[in-house]
Write a protein that binds this ligand. Structure first.
Ligand code: NAI
Ligand code: ISE
Length: 336
């Protein structure tokens, strides 16, 4: 039997996840959708030829007996309330990042899930499902490059809209690195600092871009992440791990190498949807399979909380320019 899904938010990623659940993945069916823009929700149902009902709001969708599991793909500030409502209804919920926009919001979800007594929440951190990051982690875990000492990373977008503010470089963009690098190193952050290089003339007037985030982990590994969201040339994710005896680097997405017009070139992707397309497929299939098997796994509410604690410290560091401690409480046994 297919898992009956309800989707809250039919914007860019909501639509993309609905498409993959109905056209690419196995054992799922989208039976319910909603959006604050109900016309848009209805349009998505028509365009993707779904046999799905449009619900008036997220709460009604979560409470519907037709819906067995929920995908939350609305704007970040609405996530906390929808995830808490799904937990109250005892329904598994896949929530896009960020789990909540503050660490306090994520903590509410962690507490509610622990009180429920069983994992219901998977956070949409897809990079741990990416083949390249998995291959890099296998190298780090094998000890082949010795202990990781330093990481040099970059998260670059061609451009962003006027709505994008300086703090979103942390909550919307860096949040992926805050999750995947903890997972890659099996370590937690203890401090952060944010420095601002010369501003790009291509950046929006109100936006400080680029930024460099400096992280230190409990084992003393130092990480620099360049966040540059108006780099113009492409969507480019870089991660290099410098170990004691060698260096491991995230592979480039596979592209045809082109010899033409007296040039040797590789295309660079422009869109995050294409860069991580397989990882999104694998993470959502894992959620569907996990729910059907009665065991939700993957990035947990605790991982969402840990990333948010570091994100809160980064926002403080953006304002102060100082080194800010990251104080993550011990992981509860509930989260393994
Ligand atoms: P978007 O703006 O294209 O779509 C969001 C949709 O949610 C809009 O249609 C909006 O009307 C709807 N919405 C907002 N509040 C709502 C509410 N209370 N109830 C119902 N619908 C509501 O945004 P996008 O890019 O699709 O992002 C959505 C979420 O997914 C964000 O949290 C974002 O950070 C995350 N995201 C994650 C990605 C990833 O790589 N894992 C990639 C892109 C987005
Ligand atoms: C977007 O919201 C995402 O989550 C993408 O994965 C990210 O790389 C991009 O920079 C964000 O805007």
């Amino acid at each position: 039997m297919s898992l009956k899904l309800g989707v809250i938010g039919t914007g860019a990623i909501g639509r993309d996840h609905i498409r993959r659940c109905t056209q690419t993945l196995l054992n799922s069916q989208v039976v319910a959708v909603t959006d604050i823009d109900l016309e848009q929700a209805a349009k998505v149902v028509a365009e993707l030829k779904l046999d799905a009902e449009v619900y008036p709001d997220g709460q009604a969708l979560i409470n519907s007996p037709q819906v067995e599991a929920v995908l939350v793909t609305s704007w970040g500030p609405s996530h906390e309330a929808f995830v808490l409502a799904a937990i109250s209804a005892g329904k598994p919920v896949f929530c896009e990042k960020p789990l909540a926009v503050t660490a306090a919001g994520c903590r509410h979800i962690v507490d509610a899930e622990m009180a429920y007594g069983k994992r219901l929440v998977q956070v949409g951190f897809m990079r741990p499902y990416d083949e390249g990051y998995r291959a890099l982690k296998a190298i780090v875990d094998s000890g082949q490059i010795g202990e990781p000492l330093m990481l040099h990373c970059a998260h670059r977008n061609p451009t962003v809209g006027e709505h994008y503010k300086t703090d979103m470089a942390i909550t919307d963009t860096l949040i992926h690195e805050l999750d995947v690098l903890r997972w890659l190193l099996n370590d937690d952050y203890v401090s952060v600092q944010v420095v601002f290089p010369r501003k790009s003339s291509k950046a929006q007037a109100h936006l400080r871009d680029p930024q460099i985030v400096l992280l230190e982990t409990a084992r003393g590994t130092r990480i620099d992440v360049e966040v540059f969201v108006n780099c113009q040339y492409g969507y480019d994710i870089q991660c290099e791990v410098v170990g004691e005896t060698g260096i491991g680097k995230l592979p480039e997405p596979s592209q045809v190498q082109l010899r033409s017009g007296a040039k040797l070139s590789n295309a660079i992707l422009m869109d995050w949807k294409d860069r991580f397309i397989k990882a999104y497929d694998v993470e959502l299939q894992a959620f569907i399979d996990g729910v059907r098997a009665g065991q939700v796994a993957g990035p947990s509410a605790w991982d969402g909380f840990a990333a948010a604690v570091a994100a809160d410290a980064c926002i403080e560091a953006q304002g102060s320019g100082q080194i800010v401690p990251v104080s993550l409480p011990p992981r509860p046994a509930f989260y393994g």
